[in-house]
Write a protein that binds this ligand. Structure first.
Ligand code: NAP
Length: 348
């Protein structure tokens, strides 16, 4: 469907997931235009410079900022496929409007306005999140069969409560609205759960890498709250984006989640693989204790009440049916992520 002579635009190309998308596109013979905020920040783009050497003439880097109108014009020129991944993924923020909502929402709107002005674009793939499907674990009580599917939208998050989830919800809604106002290009959305697995860069500032480092380094040694998440391998999420962009028949939203696990179960997978090499959590903290200590660790009472102790379940069948996605086993994902962190010197 996509002509391999035209470049594929990947926004936020230096990010944790986007870097895998860029690499897999190059391996499949596509040309890629990747945007980054600052080309001179070597720590952020070094691995992309390595890919430029490995795939000569196939990867071009552009500077662009989500908040600057027209910023993506040059990088989008001649593209048939746009994969929009750039959006801040941060859980602890001081000013949620400025740090999360504005870049997510205005960024999506800026990029899609540019798509409207770029006649070659046929399809946009948007990286949303399961955070646009649910806000709190307790939302599962409102589902028909106790499982989240693509038919649900997050209605419990706001600027004050779970603002990251709110940013993903308003951005995805805006994307569907803008797409619905025209018929030249279509929109396919990927809604990943918590993404884990090896990083192509040496950065540790992302939430996915930070979560693994915290698990291994003993931050939860005294115990973890019962919090349940969907987990998925970064390479499978990257593959989902490329399938969503290149399969003519792909449509709609796609939950991408291999399996749901609690934090304690995640620790147990690591213990099975690495024995007692790391200070992994071995017990769960009772919910009443979370009410007491939670606020000091950034968990509000509302968060504790609506999330701690509630199991999660996601239906990933549409991603398998529509995209043909095959999921890696979580133990493989975790093992290869730890190996990469050890090799890069971030974990002993
Ligand atoms: P990441 O490594 O932090 O990537 C975020 C990217 O967004 C970075 O490339 C960052 O650029 C870029 N960005 C942030 N603000 C920007 C701005 N104002 N202008 C231009 N670019 C900006 O995180 P990630 O985990 O790969 O996340 C990528 C996407 O996946 C996000 O949309 C996130 O919401 C979504 N997602 C992630 C997960 C997960 O578990 N990791 C799960 C579901 C959905 P810099 O490199 O310059 O910082």
């Amino acid at each position: 469907m996509i002509n391999k002579e035209t470049p594929v635009l990947v926004t936020g190309g230096s990010g944790y997931i986007a870097s895998w998308v860029v690499q897999q596109l190059l391996e499949q013979g596509y040309k890629v235009n990747a945007t980054v905020r600052n080309k001179s920040k070597i720590a952020k783009v070094d691995h992309l410079l390595g890919l430029q050497k490995k795939f000569p003439g196939k990867l071009a880097l552009y500077e662009a900022d989500l908040l600057k109108e027209g910023s993506f014009k040059e990088s989008m020129k001649g593209c048939e496929l746009v994969i929009h991944m750039a959006s801040p993924f941060k859980v602890n923020v001081k000013d949620a409007q400025k740090e999360l909502i504005d870049p997510a929402l205005k960024g999506t709107s800026n990029i899609l306005k540019q798509v409207n002005d770029t006649p070659t674009v046929k399809r946009v793939v948007l990286t949303s999140s399961v955070a646009a499907i649910y806000g709190d674990a307790a939302d599962i009580e409102g589902t028909k069969n106790g499982v989240f599917t693509e038919e649900y939208w997050n209605t419990s998050s706001s600027l004050k409560h779970q603002p990251y989830s709110y940013s993903k919800t308003v951005a995805e809604k805006e994307a569907w609205k803008i797409q619905g106002e025209q018929s030249r290009w279509d929109l396919v959305v990927i809604n990943p759960s918590f993404v884990m697995g090896p990083s192509l860069s040496n950065r540790t500032d992302g939430e996915s890498t930070d979560f693994m480092i915290q698990l291994l380094s003993g931050s939860f040694k005294t115990g973890v709250p019962y919090l349940s998440f969907g987990f998925v391998d970064v390479r499978d999420v990257a593959a989902a984006h490329i399938l969503a962009g290149t399969k003519e028949s792909a449509s709609g939203r796609h939950i991408t989640c291999a399996v749901s696990k609690t934090m304690l179960e995640a620790g147990a997978i690591l213990r099975k693989e690495f024995g007692n090499k790391y200070k992994l959590p071995s017990r769960e903290l009772p919910k009443f204790l979370m009410y007491l200590v939670g606020p000091f660790a950034g968990f509000s009472w509302k968060f504790v009440s609506n999330n701690v102790g509630i199991p999660m379940s996601f239906d990933n069948s549409y991603s398998k049916k529509d995209l043909g996605l095959v999921y890696r086993d979580l133990s493989e994902t975790f093992k290869e992520q730890v190996d990469q962190l050890v090799e890069s010197g971030h974990v002993k």
